[in-house]
Design a protein around this ligand. Structure first.
Ligand code: NAD
Length: 494
């Protein structure tokens, strides 16, 4: 069923959007407008002002003042209480947030409800739990004692300060919440920079943060294109950049952060994730789960598999089963609860995927898909391509779309070479009923996360991040704490 928009969503869309600074909506003096386009129809649904340098300065000043002032007065326990309250408000306002997210990203309304909203609350509660559990260590130094003096040492975990959180368009609410949760639970304050394509849900989230009782200035949002992110990174009061996005932008962000007085930086970047389907796997189960993992949100998930290596003995069976499943997927409006596949998130990305299809149709065996859908908006068919050998460029470039490239392998040594033959190393999976085979392969796979008989699902307790060109640093688990705190050592002589 095509759902009706809530009156609150219609009213929110009609606002003159720009930033959220020091606890309130802030209207930029900028006259440069960015249209927020509904990818399901291609129509503009809201307008946004592209922030100017003064806006960025105001937002960072507000975050710096709150870091040294109001937020520093809040105890760790109370920080946890406030984050839990924000999680409750995310759920209470879930339908509004989900509709805003779907309207700007083209994400199925079901995914917006269960992942963007549902998982945001889950992650935030996880981060809330850390607030009271972050601490240092005590040590006894081995300095020689000449006159009976003794030594003791301990470490303190101190929040780094103002965090610039730069967010992509594919899961803007949830990725924004990951960064906000990590920053606030460690005692940092944050300036969020959403993608220019999906600015709405984080603006609403900032309002909910105030409603939850989080002091003004702790959560700020500045909106606009890449130069706004660049200005944030260059600001002398920003002490950490947490970036999620593409590899080329991530490399530019990393360089800019180093140039800005060695600002701390975490980079969560793209991938060309490999999945290995072994001959002993339960094929029906593996294919069904693989299709779900690879084509969710039209494949616009950084962790999703794009390269599928299948044992030669089952490759035909697997591609036929996959093609049958893909051809039955219901393509429709993201506001239609029955649709399984919606549009790509924006026009430049749609054009990029169509270019990829052209190349595939000229040089590859296309098993199914590789066509745009004839309707308004940015819809394409789910696509399965057979790679032309291990050097096929389509097997090496991130598409970030509903496209999987298949190649057959003969033995485990060849499989490992194929899986690791990539500049990226974000995620991988092994599909097998032989656990000892999986355990032998796991240490030799160059990826930050390896799944067995599943792919793409992330959990707050499990660290997530990339090896090689897929990034630097880890989110979630206890691993995130390193990125948001400085370790101070204290040595005492007495
Ligand atoms: P992008 O790199 O184009 O943009 C990401 C963000 O950076 C946006 O907010 C953008 O405005 C901003 N930006 C652009 N240029 C900038 C600059 N010079 N300085 C500072 N900020 C700048 O990425 P995208 O197209 O929004 O997202 C898709 C990409 O993100 C894919 O490559 C995907 O794999 C990756 N991604 C990675 C993860 C992960 O956790 N590893 C998660 C989601 C998406």
């Amino acid at each position: 069923m095509h759902i009706a928009l809530l009156p609150s969503v219609v009213a929110f869309l009609a606002r003159d959007h720009s930033n959220f600074i020091d606890g309130a909506a802030h209207t930029s003096a900028s006259t440069r407008r960015i249209g927020v386009v509904d990818p399901g129809t291609g129509e503009t649904v809201a307008q946004l002002r592209d922030a100017q340098a003064e806006d960025v300065n105001l937002a960072v000043d507000s975050a710096r003042t709150a870091f040294k002032g109001a937020w520093a007065q809040v105890t760790p326990y109370q920080r946890g209480v406030l984050l839990n309250r924000l999680a409750d408000l995310i759920e209470a306002n879930g339908e509004e947030l989900a509709q805003l997210e779907t309207l700007s990203s083209g994400k199925s309304i079901n995914l917006s409800r269960h992942i963007e909203v549902g998982q945001s609350a889950v992650f935030l509660r996880y981060f809330a739990g850390w607030a009271t559990k972050i601490g240092g260590q005590t040590m006894t130094p081995s300095f020689p004692s000449t006159a009976g003096e003794q030594y003791s040492a301990y470490t303190l975990r101190e929040p780094v300060g103002v965090v610039a959180a730069i967010v992509p368009w594919n899961f803007s609410l949830m990725i924004g919440v990951w960064k906000l949760g990590a920053a606030l639970t460690t005692g940092c304050t944050v300036v969020l920079k959403p993608s220019e394509y999906t600015p709405l849900s984080l603006l609403r989230l900032a309002e909910l943060a105030i409603e939850a009782g989080i002091p003004p200035g702790v959560v700020n949002v500045v909106n606009g294109r890449g130069q706004v992110g660049q200005q944030l990174i260059e600001h002398e009061a920003v002490r950490k950049v947490s970036f999620t996005g593409s590899v080329p932008t991530g490399i530019a962000v990393g360089k800019a952060a180093m140039a800005a007085d060695l600002t701390r930086v975490t980079l969560e970047l793209g991938g060309k994730n490999a999945a290995a389907l072994m001959a002993d796997a339960n094929i029906d189960d593996a294919v069904a789960r693989f299709v779900q993992s690879a084509y969710v949100h039209q494949g616009q998930v950084c962790a999703a598999p794009e390269r599928l290596f299948v044992h030669r003995s089952i490759v035909e069976q697997v591609t036929q089963k996959m093609a049958a499943m893909l051809s039955q997927m219901v393509i429709g409006s993201p506001l239609d609860e029955r649709a399984q596949l919606g549009p790509l998130s924006n026009k430049p990305h749609f054009d990029k995927i169509l270019g990829f299809f052209d190349r595939a149709l000229q040089s590859n065996q296309v098993v199914c898909g590789a066509r745009a859908v004839d309707r308004a908006g940015y819809y394409v068919e789910p696509t399965l391509i057979i790679a032309n050998g291990k050097d096929d460029p389509l097997l090496h470039e991130e598409t970030f779309g509903p496209v999987v490239c298949v190649l057959a392998f003969d033995d485990e040594a060849e499989l490992l070479t194929l899986m690791n033959d990539s500049p990226f190393g974000l995620t991988a999976s092994i599909w097998t009923n032989d656990l000892s085979k999986a355990l032998r392969l796991i240490p030799r796979i160059e990826a930050g996360t390896v799944w067995v008989n599943m792919h793409t699902f992330v959990d707050p307790s499990v660290p997530f991040g990339g090896m090689k060109a897929s990034g630097m640093g880890r989110e979630f688990g206890s691993a995130f704490i390193d990125g948001y705190t400085e370790l101070k050592s204290v040595i005492l002589r007495y």
